[in-house]
Ligand binder design. Structure first.
Ligand code: FDA
Length: 399
């Protein structure tokens, strides 16, 4: 049997950060993971360049049953702190879009950096190692049964992430441990995920796969919260692209989403104006100036208007109906592409019984939950990694 001060289960973003911080404080730390490859989610993130943080990260960019829970950890470990760490490892980066920061070269450099930080903290690595169970003794210490023997530790940090992408090692381990120790879970579901539609509903648009455009899209009970101006991408089964991934976190099964295909434009007024000024163009040609041509065609077909019709041939009522439909495209997804394609899991370990400053359980002293396993879900754009770093540091400093 081996003994440590702290055992961290899950060597992903949050777990490595936590282990490195705790180890560098002088604690004897063991880091356990079952996956054959280290930190696969970091590797595949951001198209291989890891969108490792967002300069604008703040509590408003996170969904949680308790929206204030993330505040303390995010305030104490900020995007600037992570950038300072990158600087010491000479990792270059660039801002892509709205505060989203990516590695100039490869996400591998983030994994190498975290590994080096763990090594600087003299972390004992145990991977790939399967964890069979966890017990807490009368002395308050934890026993972790693994296929490589028993490990004991006075503190246990659960950093095994969420359910998305099971084929690279995601499991429900964190939720099982939470339940075992009496913690409640907030319902889990795939988030940052493409939305799908029934084949009947999608028939008019299925030929548009690959078409992309900037839209304003909103979902959720308070549309103002879940409203984003971002790109939308048509797929064979439905809709994807950053705008759709963002609203998927707010969307509830059975509800509709609303899309403005021409944000910032009063299409009805402009169509009527063009007709009144005597423009002799075909409606299809005119719309193709505003929208991808294939979408303009499909849209006219779906509204029973010929693309060859001249503006002067169409009634004001038809033009108004067409124009208004662009800004109020309301549709009800039949589902999502599920955990197979979801970037994150919404919900998770209820924050009610966790300390927001240390991530420690209020029920079981010495037990910590960090990262995606916790009911804190970030927007698309580097926010989820920032939560992983911040919650990892919080537990690493406290455990
Ligand atoms: P993470 O999933 O990173 O790590 C969990 C670890 O626990 C894994 O190493 C796993 O093997 C291990 N584990 C699981 N079950 C176990 C068990 N039973 N026993 C032992 N070990 C176990 N976010 C972002 O901010 N910017 C981005 O660019 C992207 N891009 C992106 C792309 C794709 C395709 C996905 C799927 C996700 C993203 N994300 C993202 C989300 C981001 O990857 C995610 O939120 C963090 O990795 C979560 O960090 P954690 O450490 O909590 O879990």
């Amino acid at each position: 049997m081996e003994s440590f001060d702290i055992a961290v289960i899950g060597a992903g973003a949050a777990g490595m950060m936590c282990a490195a911080v705790a180890g560098q404080r002088g604690a004897r730390v063991v880091l356990i993971d079952h996956a054959p490859r280290l930190a696969e989610k970091i590797r595949i993130s951001g198209g291989g360049r890891c969108n490792f943080t967002n300069l604008q990260a703040g509590p408003a960019n996170y969904l949680s049953a308790n929206p204030h829970f993330c505040r303390s950890a995010l305030a104490r470990y900020t995007p600037r702190d992570f950038l300072a760490l990158l600087k010491t490892h000479r990792i270059s980066w660039h801002e892509k879009h709205r505060g989203q920061l990516f590695c100039d070269h490869s996400s591998e450099s983030i994994i190498e950096m975290l590994k080096a930080e763990c090594d600087a903290g003299r972390i004992a690595w145990r991977r790939p190692v399967d964890v069979q169970g966890v017990r807490r003794g009368e002395d308050g210490a934890f026993s972790i049964d693994t296929n490589a023997g028993e490990i004991r530790a006075r503190a246990l940090v659960i950093a095994t992430g969420g359910l998305s992408i099971p084929k690279i090692g995601a499991t429900d381990f964190a939720y099982r441990i939470a339940k075992q120790f009496g913690h409640k879970l907030v319902d889990m579901r795939p988030a940052l995920v493409p939305l799908t539609f029934s084949s009947e509903q999608w028939a008019p648009f299925s030929t548009l796969a690959g078409v992309s455009l900037e839209v304003e899209v909103s979902a959720g009970p308070k549309r103002a919260q879940g409203s984003f101006v971002e790109d939308l991408l048509f797929t064979h089964r439905g809709l994807s692209g950053p705008g759709i991934l963002q609203v998927s976190s707010y969307w509830q099964s059975g509800e509709s989403i609303a899309i403005d295909l021409l944000p910032g434009r009063d299409a009805a007024a402009e169509l009527l104006e063009a007709k009144a000024s005597g423009v002799k163009r075909q409606i299809g040609n005119l719309l193709a100036q505003w929208l991808p041509a294939r979408l303009a065609q499909a849209w006219l077909q779906a509204h029973d208007v010929s693309a060859e019709a001249r503006l002067s041939d169409l009634s004001d009522k038809t033009l108004r109906r067409l124009g208004e439909a662009f800004s109020r495209w309301t549709l009800t997804p039949s589902g999502t592409e599920g955990y197979r394609k979801a970037e994150v899991t919404k919900g998770g370990v209820d924050t009610k019984e966790l300390s927001s400053s240390s991530m420690m359980s209020a029920r079981v002293p010495g037990l910590y939950f960090i990262g995606e396993a916790v009911d804190v879900t970030g927007w698309l754009g580097g926010y989820n990694f920032q939560w992983a770093w911040a919650s990892g540091v919080a537990a690493g400093e406290a455990a």
